[in-house]
Design a protein around this ligand. Sequence first.
Ligand code: F3S
Length: 290
Amino acid sequence: MKVTLAKTAGFCFGVQRAVDTVYRVLEEEHEKPLDEQRSIYTYGPIVHNETVIQKLAAEGVEVLESEEELATLRDGIVIIRAHGVPKHIYELLEKQKVEAVDASCPFVQKIQRLVRQHTAAGEEVFVTGNPEHPEVIGIMGWAEGGISAIPDIETAEKLPNGEGRSVVVVSQTTFNIDKFKLIIDILKKKHYYVNAINTICNATFERQSEAKELAKQSDAMIVIGGRSSSNTKKLFEICKDQCRNTQLIQTVGDLNFVQDEAVQNVGITAGASTPKEIIEEVQNYVRDEF
Ligand code: F3S
């Protein structure tokens, strides 16, 4: 049996960087005498993967889920995850004298900078993306003037006529490129003068196209990822469309694989929040057992 692991399986650059940051901070604190060690928190889970979160919790890293929780801190270190946060969160932490360690993805920071610069110059900005997603909440929280989110085509179609108004359009990093282009076209038809800046990150697109190709050539496909990870669910759907025998698992223990002569090629991919060790474990298990 041939087992092929997708090259893009697992952590993207930004998530890897954020997880590495947590381990670096942990190491630095553990090297200090006990009475000088500070508590370490992440603002929101660092990745959407229960195994990683449990492992970090065992090392003493606590997840803060809300701004209210953040506001109660008086010491410690708060690590900002790859999605980034609004500007006022850094200000809040500074006021409370809590150290902020910034692990927001540089691609997200770039969007935050664009939003700040353009709104500070008096320009109106649209962000294509889900306004309830932490990344978009973070991006919008850097605006110094008019900003709004366009989550979908329907919302773009309902916008009033632009009457020649200039707008800058940026995007959530994981937004679908075709939808982004369609929204730009709609805005132009509505007489907006559009400065479109494509800020979509290629990591998601590359992972999805590779998974699709791999699933096409596979008799069975395994997608590894956390239950709450939306990009993992999306990968599963893409693979299932190409290969009916597709399984979504969180760890090797969930694997339900039976010896079948018809299965000669097995493909494996994983969501952006799946750690390397879990992927390797599944890969080795399938190779050794079948
Ligand atoms: Fe950054 Fe792209 Fe990952 S924006 S967090 S590298 S999906």
